[in-house]
Design a protein around this ligand. Structure first.
Ligand SMILES: CC(C)(COP(=O)(O)OP(=O)(O)OC[C@H]1O[C@@H](n2cnc3c(N)ncnc32)[C@H](O)[C@@H]1OP(=O)(O)O)[C@@H](O)C(=O)NCCC(=O)NCCS
Length: 124
């Protein structure tokens, strides 16, 4: 969990589902996860990703984009994105979360600060 991350609680409304972040995830700086969103094991949320129950999650790993909400699959790598949406006043970009890949060695190198600190005995 990086600096400035916001994880929602379940105080309001009383029937709200808890946010669940499963094991071995990496949550980048200033990411926000609220409203009962579930982040499955090993997923990586890039810096600034915002996930509410309404946020459209676009999985663009395959030939066609797959649209979901409320859940991030195991080991998915997610970054902030925008998608066009039509309003009465015209088409505007609205935020979404983009699944751009599956966790790789390169992702692990960028998200393994804690391991490096432990390996080299650096006190933090
Ligand atoms: C998500 C993240 C881990 C990168 O994951 P990755 O799997 O290594 O992805 P890559 O760097 O290989 O990038 C793949 C593509 O997505 C793009 N991309 C990756 N992360 C991006 C981001 N956060 N925003 C916009 N584009 C991004 C890259 O530019 C690259 O595009 P290209 O192929 O056209 O060059 C990294 O961007 C990130 O957000 N890290 C969080 C850092 C942080 O918060 N640290 C806190 C402790 S200090």
């Amino acid at each position: 969990m990086s600096g400035g991350v916001g994880i929602g609680g379940v105080l309001e409304p009383p029937q709200a589902a808890p946010v669940i972040i499963e094991d071995d995830c990496f949550i980048g700086s200033r990411a926000i996860v609220v409203e009962g969103v579930r982040v499955r094991a090993g997923a990586v949320l890039g810096a600034g990703v915002v996930l509410t129950a309404s946020t459209v999650v676009m999985d663009v790993r395959g030939a066609e984009a797959i649209e979901t909400r409320g859940e991030i699959p195991e080991r998915a790598v997610v970054i902030p994105g925008y998608r066009p949406k039509k309003f009465p006043a015209g088409s505007f970009g609205v935020p979404c979360a983009l699944i751009i890949g599956t966790r790789s060695e390169s992702t692990d190198r960028k998200t393994s600060l804690n391991d490096a600190l432990r390996e080299y005995g650096v006190s933090a």
